[in-house]
Design a protein around this ligand. Sequence first.
Ligand SMILES: Nc1ncnc2c1ncn2[C@@H]1O[C@H](COP(=O)(O)OP(=O)(O)O)[C@@H](O)[C@H]1O
Ligand SMILES: [Mg+2]
Length: 249
Amino acid sequence: MSFIEISNLQKSFGPLEVLKGLTFEVEKNDVLAIIGPSGSGKSTMLRSLIQLEEVNGGSIAVDGDFLVKDGVYSKPIDSKKVVAKMGMVFQQFNLFPHLTVKQNLELAPKLVKKERSQDYSLRSVELLEKVGLSSKQDEYPSRLSGGQKQRVAIARALMMNPDILLFDEPTSALDPQLTKEVLHVMKKLAEEHMTMIVVTHEMEFASHVANRVIFMDEGSIVEEGSPQEIFSAPKVQRTKQFLNYELYE
Ligand SMILES: Nc1ncnc2c1ncn2[C@@H]1O[C@H](COP(=O)(O)OP(=O)(O)O)[C@@H](O)[C@H]1O
Ligand SMILES: [Mg+2]
């Protein structure tokens, strides 16, 4: 069994079918890049993994535990366990503006109340160091650049020790220089063998850091393979068109 197994995932918003039976697997230590045009269901798929969206059919299992099986959700106590294995980083950072950087990191462990504050305080210091933001721990988000905000968001996602990190276009709101610093942190995580699913338009990142690439269009997986296969020798016409469009945009 693969680490993450997603099968026949279906989701509609009213009459609009957004996920049309997605099936794919993710192994431990995989960096899976998901590319595809706007509106193809990439965000909905990621959001479904952490139960920000409820799917209408199909299954999601992590490490053998089901979040949803054939469209039926596990009991809250079990589904929470599955969702807790994942951390997510959003395009728009989603930091709490009224909390300092360090407080943003410590909110989740504080709410969960399973750990002594000394322990998570130590971890937040370490994680801020890891993303290069030790000096910003007492700043409020409004005083940070977009790249710094996103690095805080990554550190925050790591606070609960997730097995998997999900990224939804983490650099789309950033200019090229700030994009670089965020991609640098993500590359470091990949080198440390973090399992990651990254929705991205950064073809450079997808081809150099990911070990697998999925091209999605209109709620379906069109093509899947190694970066080499997808970027150098795509088999499907729609993939070729999309890549040409991205390259010359
Ligand atoms: N909450 C929602 N209600 C209705 N339609 C939605 C909602 N969220 C997304 N959609 C629609 O679902 C489709 C896929 O959206 P999304 O998953 O955001 O695509 P992507 O991330 O690939 O751009 C789009 O047509 C979008 O308008
Ligand atoms: Mg999206």
